[in-house]
Every structure is written in structure tokens, then in C-alpha cells.
Design a protein around this ligand. Structure first.
Ligand code: MF3
Ligand code: CO
Ligand code: CO
Length: 291
């Protein structure tokens, strides 16, 4: 069980003590899974209404930056200019870019073009050209609260196959999110995503995953986007995590650049797309915080 004190306030925000509110129903809902040996989230992963509010404020900044990028990104723009816009808008909002200096990452966001799966490093030398597809991934810290999101951008006239990959990947993210239900294992998400990828002959990246987020950048649970019958963590109201499938037109296999130590590309050189939202598990399902 997730070790919430019986006399602590209930996670639901009612103001009552836990023992007078959700303690019994939580125990009943989780009992079956505890017996079957599924991991149950630790108490610190169940966020309070105040903490969730903090993440929502952070998400507002992330959304505003992405909306600005929707207008800004076009042919001829460098990924360095994208990075600068992200940095300046984050600063103006009183926030911090979580990416900067995270494990020595040198920039403020990730810009991943065509066969780059993720963690592309913005650069002055990298200019968006007609036909490119690019993912921009940002994480804002506002008053200590993290929100993590990414979108795809299509530059000018994009080939049909690239457009389809971008659209199917968005469907993968949204359908994966739609599988979120409290007291179900997190693997429900990847199972749905992998089905859609299979239908389209695409590969689901296995080396990188969604993650708990909110009070830290990367936290439990691990949210795999591929199919698994392993016993994964049970989703409980108050948990916040990302769903961020990376879908390849070819093989799921990837490699990391030996030059910069960051840039992940598809092993076969095929195109890759990704979308990301930060999502809250609720009593009835979920709420997308970065929408
Ligand atoms: N935003 C990425 C994620 O979705 C993490 C980027 S870490 C960085 O988890 F160091 F590459 F910026
Ligand atoms: Co993320
Ligand atoms: Co991200």
C-alpha cells in the first residue's frame, strides 16, 4: 500500500483525514494487485491538490511556449533560434528550462529532426528545410514544479509518408493516454500504443520511456510505450506522468551519437516522430495537464 498516514489528509483534497475518506476504498481497489505482485506506487508519487495546481501553472508556461513555436517554426529557422525562444519565454515567465545542464545537456530544449528520435541538440548550423519533420521537447520548472511536453512540426511540403508518421504517432500518444484508468497497470498504455504502431508497420522505440514528473524531472513510474506482459506499476489517482511515444517508420532500434553523447537516431536511418503530454491520473480516468 502507498503508506499514506491514516491521520494525514486524504489525497483527494476533501480536507478530511485519510482514514475517514479514501483509505478503505484504496485498500480494496489495490488488494487484488498487491496479491498478484504488482508494484504499488509509493506515497510520494500521490500528489496533493496543491502540488497538482503547481504543475498546472508550470504547464501553462510550457503550453504558451509551444503555441508560440507553432507560429515561429518554419523553413529557414535554425534550431538555435528555437532554443533561444524557449529560453527567453521561460525566463520571462519566471521559470527555468529543466533541460539546461541536466546531466550536462548544453541547451534549453531538444530539437529532433527526421531520423533523430530524441535529444537532438539545437545548433546554429542546423536550419529547418522544406520537407523536414521536427520534434521540439521542452520541460519548464516553475516554482519547483515540472511540466514536460513536446510537439511535432512539419516544414513546408512534407512527403505523405512523413505526414502519416506524424499523425499516427499523435494518435498513439492520445490513444495511450486514453487507456489511463485508476487501479490498472501502466502497461495498458504501451499495449494500446504498440497495437496502433503494428497496424501501420511502425516500430515502437524501446530504449526511452515516459516517466513520473512534477516534483522532479524523471521519477517513477516507468511508462513503456511498447507491449509488455510484465507486472508494471498500478496507476492511482494523484499520480502525474508523461506519455511520449517515439515511433519509427522502420525498426524500433536506435543508437546514440558517439560524438555528442546525446542525439538518438534510428538504427536504420528511417524517420521518427514523437509527441508528449504530462498527464494526471484522476478517480474517473485522467486529465492532460499540458493541453
Ligand atoms: N524532455 C525529455 C523527456 O521527455 C528529456 C530531455 S533531457 C535532455 O524526458 F537533457 F536531453 F534535455
Ligand atoms: Co518526458
Ligand atoms: Co520531454
Amino acid at each position: 500500500m502507498f503508506k499514506i498516514g491514516r491521520n494525514d489528509k486524504c489525497w483527494c483534497g476533501c480536507g478530511k483525514k485519510y482514514k475517514q475518506c479514501h483509505e478503505r476504498s484504496d485498500e480494496e481497489n489495490l488488494k487484488e494487485y498487491v496479491e498478484k505482485g504488482y508494484p504499488i506506487p509509493d506515497r510520494h508519487l500521490i500528489l496533493s491538490p496543491e502540488q497538482i495546481q503547481g504543475i498546472k501553472e508550470s504547464a501553462k508556461v510550457s503550453i504558451a511556449i509551444m503555441d508560440a513555436l507553432d507560429k515561429f517554426i518554419k523553413e529557414g529557422v535554425s534550431t538555435e533560434a528555437i532554443d533561444r525562444l524557449v529560453y527567453e519565454m521561460t525566463e520571462d515567465a519566471g521559470g527555468i528550462c529543466a533541460d539546461y545542464k541536466y546531466e550536462d545537456f548544453p541547451k534549453h530544449c531538444c530539437t529532433s529532426i527526421n531520423n533523430v528520435v530524441c535529444h537532438g541538440i539545437p545548433s546554429e548550423r542546423e536550419i529547418l528545410k522544406n520537407g523536414d519533420i521536427v520534434n521540439v521537447d521542452i520541460t519548464t520548472i516553475l516554482n519547483g514544479y515540472y511540466s514536460d511536453m513536446s510537439r511535432m512540426y512539419m516544414i513546408g511540403q512534407v512527403p505523405d509518408n512523413a505526414k502519416k508518421l506524424v499523425e499516427v504517432t499523435k494518435k498513439c500518444m492520445l490513444s495511450g493516454i486514453d487507456a489511463i484508468k485508476p487501479y490498472r497497470p501502466v502497461s495498458d498504455i504501451g499495449n494500446v500504443i504498440n497495437d496502433i504502431a503494428d497496424e501501420n508497420g511502425y516500430g515502437v522505440v524501446r530504449a526511452l520511456c515516459g516517466h513520473g514528473v512534477g516534483l522532479k524531472f524523471h521519477e517513477d513510474p516507468v511508462v513503456n510505450h511498447y507491449r509488455t506482459d510484465r507486472k508494471t506499476m498500478i496507476m492511482v489517482p494523484g499520480m502525474v506522468f508523461t506519455v511520449e511515444p517515439m515511433i519509427n517508420e522502420g525498426t524500433w532500434d536506435c543508437k546514440v551519437s558517439s560524438e555528442d553523447g546525446w542525439t538518438v537516431t534510428t538504427a536504420d536511418g528511417s524517420l521518427s516522430a514523437q509527441w508528449e503530454h504530462t498527464v494526471l491520473v484522476t478517480e474517473s480516468g485522467y486529465e492532460i495537464l499540458t493541453l
